[in-house]
Design a protein around this ligand. Structure first.
Ligand code: SF4
Ligand code: SF4
Length: 337
């Protein structure tokens, strides 16, 4: 697949066409910040953003999702599957870190055990990334095996050049979107390579993460966990905004004989996350919850699916109300004896 070129002045026309064909989601400037949202018109898109406040995981794994309905009939239940939408979604302007998180979520939800709800959304969604020419202050993707121009998890990557966008198609599914565009020249490709080099220079790894999972194997009882969690107020913001956190809870909501099964996001930072019906809680303190968050992201996931549960997007660093910084935690772990 050849790289393509789209003049900046032609971007609104290009988007307007796609908005008619897809449920189109892109970064939009709102009161709360830049949020990934559904758009109806090209001029709603905001392309001056370091990253969106929310990640795109909510379009594949919604914060709250009705799975099916049931009604009691004698001793059994009659189940009604809900109709899923057929229209394809297109996520435009996804940063490479969030694309990498989707690649990891695909392994969790589609390999070994398939989650049919995730699967139906995923196969109905195209993901177009936007390279990070100017990474933000809290970004650290290169420290966790990512990069500002990574194509992992994406169907195509846009690179913003001086007067045009270079488009790198990645999968066959999105090739048709760009077939009418001109091929990129050698100069365009060179300009994009220069931008990539500069972005990577600004994002030099802040620690050497290789083999952190092996190190963490022996750190379950380490005194390091005694202090790391101290300031945490258990708000769960870090996990809700994280593109790579995917824990959920499933509950039945009933009225009389009828009900529905609902899946909602949950967070390992919440005290009741592991609370048993008996009242026993195996992770009774925030120290144990923080240890679980780090162990899951940097040991269990790496060991089991080959990816970290952190893509260095920096959201948890930027939005933690008490300024807990996962980069410092990782440095402390890596430097500990
Ligand atoms: S955002 Fe900060 S305070 Fe809130 S749960 Fe996460 S680490 Fe704790
Ligand atoms: S742990 Fe923090 S920095 Fe890493 S992906 Fe999640 S929100 Fe981003």
């Amino acid at each position: 697949m050849k790289n393509k070129i789209l003049a900046k002045k032609d971007l609104p026309k290009f988007i307007s066409k796609l908005v008619k064909e897809y449920d189109f989601f892109a970064p939009v400037k709102k009161e709360e910040g830049i949020l990934f949202s559904k758009i109806d018109k090209a001029d709603e898109i905001c392309l001056s953003y370091s990253n969106t406040k929310n990640s795109v995981k909510e379009f594949l794994l919604p914060q709250s999702e009705e799975l099916f309905r049931f009604v009691k009939k004698g001793n059994s239940n009659e189940i009604t599957d809900l109709k899923r939408k057929k229209r394809q979604s297109l996520l435009f302007g996804v940063r490479p870190c969030d694309g990498k998180a989707i690649a990891m979520l695909d392994k969790v939800f589609l390999e070994n055990i398939t989650d049919s709800y995730y699967k139906s959304r995923r196969k109905n969604t195209l993901i177009i990334g936007m390279a990070c020419n100017e990474p933000g202050q809290t970004c650290f993707c290169t420290s966790v095996e990512g990069g500002p121009f990574s194509i992992e998890g994406l169907d195509a990557l846009f690179v913003e050049l001086e007067e045009k966008h270079l488009i790198i198609p990645v999968t066959k599914q999105c090739e048709k979107l760009f077939v009418h565009l001109d091929n990129a020249s050698q100069e365009d490709i060179k300009e994009a390579e220069e931008l990539k080099k500069n972005a990577e220079k600004r994002l030099k790894p802040v620690f050497e993460i290789k083999d952190i999972n092996k190190k963490l194997h022996g750190m379950f009882e380490s005194p390091i966990w005694d202090e790391i969690h101290e300031k945490c107020i258990k708000c769960g913001i870090c996990t809700y905004l994280c593109p790579a956190c995917y824990c959920f809870d499933i509950q039945d909501e009933t009225i009389g004989e009828k009900g529905c099964r609902v899946r909602n996001w949950d967070s390992c930072m919440f005290p009741k996350f592991t609370s048993h019906v008996s009242g026993h809680n195996p992770r009774a303190t925030q120290k144990e919850r923080w240890r679980q968050r780090i162990m899951h992201k940097f040991d269990y996931l790496k060991t089991n699916v080959g990816d970290y549960g952190c893509v260095g997007c920096g959201r948890c660093v930027e939005y933690c109300p008490v300024n807990l910084d996962i980069r410092k935690t990782l440095k402390d772990i890596l430097e500990s004896k």
